[in-house]
Design a protein around this ligand. Sequence first.
Ligand code: SF4
Length: 244
Amino acid sequence: MSPSIGSVRRPDARRRRTPGPPRDHLRARLLRLYAALERRFGPQRWWPGRTAYEVAVGAVLTQHTAWTNAARAVAALRAQRLLRPRRLAARGEAEVARAIRAAGTPRVKARRLRALTRWLLDRFGGAFAPLRRLPLAPLRCELLAVPGIGPETADAILLYAAARPVFVADAYARRVLVRHRLLRRGAGYDEARAFLEARLPSDPVLFNEFHALLVRVGKTHCRTVPRCEGCPLRFDLQSRGPAR
Ligand code: SF4
């Protein structure tokens, strides 16, 4: 007896009936927010810096101050040819502090810069190539163990200087996510970072641009008092106002 073709269920027909994975609505929503920001503001081209080391130095200098102040300190270091790990490590704390005073709290930041530079030199001979390929989680832990390097600075270095897929979930990003009810009020840095990294494609170029765009909308619209009228993300709130 030959099998009856009519009695056999065709494999492609069965495949059509198999439900696929549920559509990730949060991911789709985040990507819509990103696209709207990109349409409005265009490429942000972060992080300004001629070398990976300069970007890492800038990440320390911009702690608790506006980027314009940090940029002046970076320029002063460049003028003194100190934007090279060995040259900066050879200078004393007081000398580095004098060079970076435009960034504020110069003694503290000089100590942090020297600690970061010492770690880079001791661990990698001052090179950034290993930061681009070593396993991310232990590398991040090592960086966090450097005195004065907190999660936001560590992630800025990993993302912007080493092109690793970590999201810098700073206060600007958290404020937008909370107001759009994507994150609970009071969520901390690590919770916000984990939320974004779990939902977005693990792409450092996307993380780089999305973070920069969230900072941009945080400065122009999503300020302490939100200016939703005219904000490129207004569509996502639909008929509701921002969460308080
Ligand atoms: S200003 Fe309003 S619409 Fe814009 S990001 Fe903030 S809460 Fe959303």
